[in-house]
Design a protein around this ligand. Structure first.
Ligand SMILES: Nc1nc2c(ncn2[C@@H]2O[C@H](COP(=O)(O)OP(=O)(O)O)[C@@H](O)[C@H]2O)c(=O)[nH]1
Ligand SMILES: Nc1ncnc2c1ncn2[C@@H]1O[C@H](COP(=O)(O)OP(=O)(O)O)[C@@H](O)[C@H]1O
Length: 197
């Protein structure tokens, strides 16, 4: 964006950063480290109908909802975006996003491809970042190594990953998560480049 396209000083909208990439590529890990580097960056906590994994807590990792609760929010138009992934629903509640942006905080959304495409339409100023694995074998190794999904879930996630990886070219920024520290550096540079020093 050129300087002429910027809103006048004092009215700049906080940044919305969308981070997408296949399951197991390291999005959650990268976002945790990114937020240590850029502490003002808030995390949008998504809603989901999937079961909490051991160690995940309500309202911190996700807003865990029943199918009925999620459907009610869909019908009420409460979601900025939502999608079905591996048989479960995931979405960004408008209220959750605005809780941060209305206070002037930049915010990061960790969402899958269909949701990122919806945000591209509804929030065209959002910065879109795609995370790639160095190889598909590395992705499989990370999903196995994480130990949170059974073999069937891992295969489903790897199948979805094929379509997701094919869509990397749609994204403004692509970061390869090979060495973790280098990937965090690249993400921090994108965020700092948008927000300013
Ligand atoms: N569209 C959308 N996708 C989401 C949202 N929250 C999480 N996801 C994505 O849903 C997929 C599955 O998430 P999860 O079950 O937590 O698995 P994990 O990302 O492999 O740990 C991942 O690609 C997430 O990025 C959301 O609010 N909206
Ligand atoms: N650069 C990396 N090199 C090796 N392992 C990684 C790297 N980044 C993340 N991991 C590991 O890969 C697994 C999946 O990471 P996670 O952040 O849960 O991915 P996602 O949120 O994209 O599903 C975790 O066990 C994590 O520790």
């Amino acid at each position: 964006m050129g300087a002429a396209a910027r809103p006048p000083a004092g009215t700049a909208r906080p940044g919305v950063f969308v981070i997408t990439g296949p399951s197991g590529v390291g999005k959650g890990t990268l976002i945790r480290l990114l937020r240590e580097r850029v502490p003002e960056l808030a995390l949008s906590v998504s809603a989901t109908t999937r079961q909490a994994r051991p160690g995940e807590t309500q309202g911190e990792h996700y807003h865990f909802l029943s199918d009925e609760e999620f459907a009610r929010h869909v019908a009420a138009g409460d979601f900025v975006e939502w999608a079905e992934y591996s048989g479960r629903r995931y979405g960004t509640l408008r209220e959750e996003l605005e809780r941060h942006t209305s206070g002037g905080r930049p915010v990061v959304l960790e969402i899958e491809l269909q949701g990122a495409r919806q945000v591209r339409e509804t929030l065209p100023d959002a910065v879109q970042i795609f995370i790639r694995p160095p190889t598909e074998d590395a992705l499989r190794d990370r999903l196995i190594g994480r130990g949170t999904d059974d073999a069937e879930q891992i295969e489903r996630r790897l199948e979805v990953a094929q379509d997701e990886l094919a869509a990397a070219g749609e994204f403004q920024h692509v970061v390869v998560n090979d060495r973790l520290d280098e990937a965090v550096d690249a993400l921090a540079a994108i965020v700092r480049g948008t927000l300013g020093p």
